[in-house]
Design a protein around this ligand. Structure first.
Ligand SMILES: C[S@@+](CC[C@H](N)C(=O)[O-])C[C@H]1O[C@@H](n2cnc3c(N)ncnc32)[C@H](O)[C@@H]1O
Length: 230
């Protein structure tokens, strides 16, 4: 997969999520030992929504983050957007949300449309990371918040061999068993290791114009939550 670029890579990503959609949520719970539920709560808290705020959950998948937002802020206007229809179709069966078909690199929303834009495990998939950050900046109001949850390139430490084993063997084996698409779970370590570091992501956000950019790393440095303000 790493050899694919541009539209070919985007199509590969879309097909892959179409194939794993039904088991995607279960696999998330297993891979993270249920920790992703806690991270999602943190993302919504960091979005600092006010009553009636408008929120975009980009790359929503089956809508887990959007659902958490609705739970914490029932008055908020939550849009759950993704370019893989099958992921949203599975999500709609879990519980209906305001799903919207959208490419993160060409958002079908006007400038300054949202009080907050959040994403979970989206950014690593984009064929143009910079454009993805810029699009989120564009659709945010002045003072609006961005929160990004994703895997991040782990630094070398004493746990590195165990992390490597987990990512390269346990996750693909489990993914293969549960979804029948182990390739999708080889894609995960590949893209994580090829992704920017948490520090680089923060720099990109700042150079795009975001202020008060900060981040925290979780799960032995393999996960990061970034946030900032337009
Ligand atoms: C790993 S899943 C994350 C789903 C969900 N946000 C979560 O937290 O579990 C990544 C999602 O990003 C979507 N995605 C990838 N590239 C995209 C793009 N260019 N535009 C919109 N969605 C995209 C995929 O279709 C997939 O549903």
């Amino acid at each position: 997969m790493t050899q694919l670029t541009g539209q070919e890579r985007a199509t590969y990503v879309q097909n892959m999520f179409t194939r794993i959609a039904k088991r995607y949520d279960l696999m998330n719970r297993l891979m993270t030992g249920g920790q992703d539920i806690r991270w999602r709560k943190q993302v919504i808290q960091l979005a600092r929504l006010k009553d009636n705020a408008s929120l975009l959950d980009l790359g929503t998948g089956t809508g887990d983050l959007a659902r958490e937002a609705v739970l914490q802020f029932p008055q908020a206007k939550v849009t759950a957007a993704d370019f893989t229809l099958e992921m949203m179709r599975v999500g709609q069966k879990i519980s209906p949300l305001n799903f919207s078909a959208a490419d993160a690199l060409r958002l079908p929303f006007n400038d300054s449309s949202f009080d907050a834009v959040i994403s979970g495990f989206l950014m690593r998939n984009l064929i143009d990371l910079q454009k993805g950050i810029e699009e989120q900046f564009r659709v945010l109001i002045e003072g609006g918040r961005i929160v990004i949850l994703d895997t991040t390139r782990p630094k070398k430490n004493i746990l590195s061999p165990f992390i490597w084993l987990h990512m390269h063997f346990i996750i693909p084996a489990l993914g293969g068993l549960l979804t029948g698409v182990s390739e999708a779970y080889r894609y995960l370590p590949e893209t994580t290791e090829g992704f920017v570091t948490a520090e680089d992501m923060a720099k990109r956000m700042t150079s795009t114009g975001f202020k008060k950019v900060n981040f925290k790393q979780l799960m032995f440095g393999t996960i990061a939550i970034h946030w900032g303000e337009k």
